[in-house]
Design a protein around this ligand. Structure first.
Ligand SMILES: Cc1cc2nc3c(=O)[nH]c(=O)nc-3n(C[C@H](O)[C@H](O)[C@H](O)COP(=O)(O)OP(=O)(O)OC[C@H]3O[C@@H](n4cnc5c(N)ncnc54)[C@H](O)[C@@H]3O)c2cc1C
Length: 296
């Protein structure tokens, strides 16, 4: 196995163009497991750790440009306000040691349906900045996941960064597992309210071949909130509305039975998480409205 160590992004792109099958390694928390268990024996391993830019982030007016290798612990520490859903998701990943190494670029590279970043990225609205010697492009997160552990990257492309909309409203992330730490999701759910556009976005993990959005549920909730004047009057969400949203989220899943849980349990749990996260985010929205009105 040859170990490539590009010193710059340009060198990394050139190396990937020359060896499209080379496996990039960032934190190594997925790659090294696969190599140690002999599930993968690449001819070339390409270390991205000398490329400092990949561990940096920029907070813009509307969005955050998150370098592909920014570790989860940094997201939790520095981007909790701008990216609350992703910070909450990061909090549920593994252990402090893994969170100090692993990042969103690696989660996207692996594209496991159980990866914790995915529901948060889907709910917030993100674009993956992919680059090769041929040029750079932005892949909308909805189009990124193409199958079980498959994604839209071309063989010569690398992920440089992820662009994520700054939260304009409350966001939540919920994960079901056998315990609180060091656990792969049985299933997970992300929800983001976008009051400025009066929209809601969801993300479901580990309950379909790829991470997915519950689009029918989103459309239902947006229409109900609009018709009921909820955004303006800050009314409490009724149990029937939350229940219907939960049912539609559960219906958006196409889970399987596996060692972590049955399909039926996953569908049920997604419904429960959808109802809870809707209640939590809506209560935050109402609280923020009351604070704003009180200050006026
Ligand atoms: C004990 C343990 C517990 C874990 N628990 C969780 C958990 O709770 N939730 C969770 O989501 N994950 C978990 N993981 C998996 C892993 O930590 C995450 O998927 C993490 O985000 C991977 O990031 P990394 O930087 O370590 O990726 P790496 O292992 O370096 O890479 C992962 C994949 O992405 C590719 N890649 C990396 N960077 C790039 C890039 N810039 N461009 C293109 N491809 C790239 C690699 O080639 C590889 O295919 C766990 C892993 C371990 C070992």
């Amino acid at each position: 196995m040859d170990f490539l160590r590009p010193a710059s992004w340009e060198e990394a792109l050139a190396a990937k163009a020359e060896h499209p099958a080379a496996v990039p390694i960032a934190g190594g928390t997925d790659v090294m497991v696969e190599i140690n268990f002999d599930h993968r024996r690449p001819e070339h391993l390409m270390d991205l750790n000398r490329i400092g830019d990949l561990e940096e982030w920029e907070v813009g007016e509307d969005s955050v440009r998150l370098g592909a290798s920014v570790p989860y612990s940094r997201i939790m520490e520095h981007l909790r306000t701008e990216l609350p859903g992703l910070a909450l998701a990061a909090h549920t990943v593994a252990s402090p040691q893994i969170r100090n190494r692993g990042g969103v670029g690696g989660n996207l590279g692996t594209s496991s349906p159980a990866g914790d970043a995915h529901p948060a990225l889907l709910a917030a609205g993100a674009e993956v900045e992919a680059e090769s010697v041929r040029g750079s492009r932005r892949i909308p997160i909805d189009a990124f996941y193409t199958g079980v552990k498959r994604n839209a990257l071309a063989p010569d492309e690398l992920i440089r960064a992820v662009h994520i909309e700054k939260a304009g409203g409350p966001q939540q992330y919920s994960k079901v597992g056998t315990r609180n730490a060091m656990v792969i999701a049985v299933c997970a759910f992300g929800l983001a309210l976008h009051p400025e556009t009066r929209t809601v976005r969801t993300g479901i993990g580990s309950a379909a071949p790829t991470p997915v959005r519950a689009r029918t549920a989103e459309e239902f909730l947006e229409a109900a909130l609009e018709e009921g004047g909820f955004w303006d009057n800050g009314k409490i969400i009724t149990p029937s509305l939350a229940g219907r949203f939960a049912d539609l989220c559960a219906a958006a899943c196409s889970p399987i039975d596996d060692v972590r849980g049955t399909a039926g349990y996953r569908r049920h749990a997604v419904g429960v998480m959808a109802r809870r996260t809707l209640t939590w985010t809506w209560e935050s929205y109402r609280g923020a409205r009351r604070t704003t009105e009180g200050a006026a």
